[in-house]
Design a protein around this ligand. Structure first.
Ligand SMILES: [Zn+2]
Ligand SMILES: [Zn+2]
Length: 286
């Protein structure tokens, strides 16, 4: 608030830089009142494996994209309105450390920072932006979020029937309701999941049954909101092709060339860092 004028010029320059890096593959980002809060590389859990992605935190949106040339060129831009975002911290597990979930109605995924401190910084800044936004708009955060997809390599057999072994022919599919990796026959049903799409989406048999039970309950919602079950054959082919399953930003085969770590940058948070740092009484070990 204080240095609004001074900062606004630097802010406008930073935002123009981001737009530039995405070029024609991105949408215009400069907008009245929009501030670039921070930026950095996070590892995003994708369907096949974790991949480095460039993230930009604005005061109202979170933008990320694939890194074509570090700090110069990005593509596959995704824009997530922060009003819809809910974060959830993840416990460290093996090689997956310093992670948290970014959940929205249409898509949820895990990201990992390089260090615990960076995770803290990122999460605090995102939470702060969400808080400010919701306070300003008076809106409630959304209660339902899309399932986080279980990565392919975490399931060698179908998580529903526990029998089908996945092979080149027996391909993996993801239930859009629970995120499980399931075989074709166990995900032959479709269901309209509001928030994710108006089209019927692949669900596992268990979720299909649950969704139908929910739907059969006496309605306390307007009928237009009720999800519609659809059989797989109704609109899809016979289900052999799972190419539509692919996460849209998950298809670069480019190896993440430089693994060199850049620390994230957060702008204009000078007033806030002091408070949070003094809060926890750290024994100065060094
Ligand atoms: Zn199965
Ligand atoms: Zn399911």
């Amino acid at each position: 608030m204080v240095d609004r004028l001074v900062n606004s010029e630097a802010n406008a320059r930073r935002i123009a830089m981001v737009e530039n890096c995405f070029g024609s593959s991105g949408q215009p980002l400069a907008e009245q009142g929009r501030v670039l809060v921070g930026e950095g590389v996070l590892t995003k859990m994708c369907r096949k494996k974790p991949k480095a992605r460039q993230f930009f935190l604005f005061n109202d949106i979170l933008v990320y994209g694939n890194i074509v040339i570090n700090k110069k060129k990005y593509n596959k831009q995704h824009v997530i309105p922060l009003e819809e975002v809910k974060l959830e911290s993840l416990k460290d597990e093996g090689q997956y450390r310093n992670g948290w979930l970014i959940c929205t109605a249409s898509k949820s995924f895990a990201v990992y920072a390089a260090t615990a401190t960076e995770k803290e910084e990122w999460m605090a800044h995102i939470e702060k932006c969400i808080e400010d936004l919701l306070r300003k708009s008076g809106k409630q955060p959304p209660s339902e979020h899309a399932a986080v997809w279980v990565p392919d390599n975490e399931a060698s057999v179908c998580m529903h029937c526990k029998k089908t072994q996945f092979t080149v022919l027996n391909r993996r599919h993801h239930c859009r309701k629970c995120g499980s990796v399931v075989c074709g026959p166990c995900s032959s049903k479709r269901f309209v999941l509001r928030g994710q799409s108006d089209k019927p989406l692949r669900v596992c048999l268990q979720c299909y049954d649950e969704l139908n039970r929910e739907r059969a309950r006496p309605p306390n919602q307007p009928a237009a909101n009720a999800p519609n079950p659809v059989k797989a054959g109704d609109n899809a082919g016979s289900g052999g092709d799972s190419s539509q399953d692919d996460d849209s930003d998950d298809d670069d085969e480019r190896p993440n060339a430089e693994e060199k770590h850049d620390e994230p940058k957060f702008y204009g948070d000078g007033d806030k860092t002091e408070e949070t740092n003094n809060h926890s009484s750290k024994e100065s070990a060094k």
